[in-house]
Design a protein around this ligand. Structure first.
Ligand code: FES
Length: 235
């Protein structure tokens, strides 16, 4: 494995460091990194937690592509080398660890909660939903915030102010929820939001949970266009 090593402030630029790792048939790339950390070089820094494609913390660039390292097997790359670099588009804190503050701020900016207006009901009030109403937004709720879609997005890499795929898909997760009364028009109908997307579709291609952010964005463009001629239109 060739692993990017970088300490901003100490190193001029990232360098690839080579490590010999056993090619075990059931080892994910993350297992290879853990082998390096445990057996060869304890100073290597990277994030991971669940090891089962749920927490979203182990995203890295594997042989040039954004991948979840716990869900990508070493054997996919033959005898190697397998090159591991941090996700593109994000500042590097150390080695393979990237700064996600900007991403978290973008998620918060779309009001990722159920917005209710004009009612004074107890917090325990239930809002029943049909299976069809659940299905309308369910795919967007599968996002694990792994950042792969941002790293694959050519717009985000060039324009860091772009709201980006996961945040827009998250907004649609609530917009399409029958219990929600907002449409997040003020944060989505912007040049740096849905109108910045050039519909390359890489975000959808790399999503390990089969969310379709490209569809979410195109769909909201239609919503925003309709709303501009029919102001009462919300979905
Ligand atoms: Fe949690 Fe890979 S370690 S998604």
């Amino acid at each position: 494995m060739e692993v990017s090593r970088y300490r901003p402030g100490e190193d001029d630029e990232p360098v690839l460091q080579a490590y010999d790792v056993p090619l075990m048939p059931d080892w994910a790339v993350l297992d290879g990194l853990n082998y390096i950390k445990d057996q060869l070089d304890g100073s290597l820094s990277y994030r991971w937690s669940c090891r089962m494609g749920v927490c979203g913390s182990c995203g890295m660039t594997v042989n040039g592509e954004p991948r979840l390292t716990c869900g990508t097997f070493l054997t996919e790359y033959g005898d190697g080398p397998v090159r591991i670099e941090p996700l593109k588009g994000f500042p590097v804190i150390r080695d393979l660890v990237v700064d996600i503050d900007d991403f978290l701020a973008k998620l918060s900016s779309v009001r990722p909660w159920l917005v209710r207006e004009g009612e004074d009901l107890p917090l325990t009030t239930e809002y029943a939903q049909t299976p069809e109403q659940l299905e309308a937004y369910k795919q967007y709720s599968m996002c694990i915030n792994c950042l792969l879609c941002y790293s694959a997005c050519p717009v985000y890499v060039l324009e860091p102010d772009f709201l980006g795929p996961a945040a827009i898909a998250l907004a649609q997760r609530y917009n399409l929820d029958s219990r929600d009364m907002d449409d997040r028009f003020d944060v989505l109908n912007l040049e740096d939001a849905v109108w910045g997307c050039t519909f390359v579709g890489e975000c959808t291609q790399v999503c390990p949970k089969h969310v379709d952010p490209a569809e979410a964005i195109q769909r909201y463009k239609l919503t925003a266009a309709l709303r501009s001629v029919l102001p009462w239109s919300r979905r």
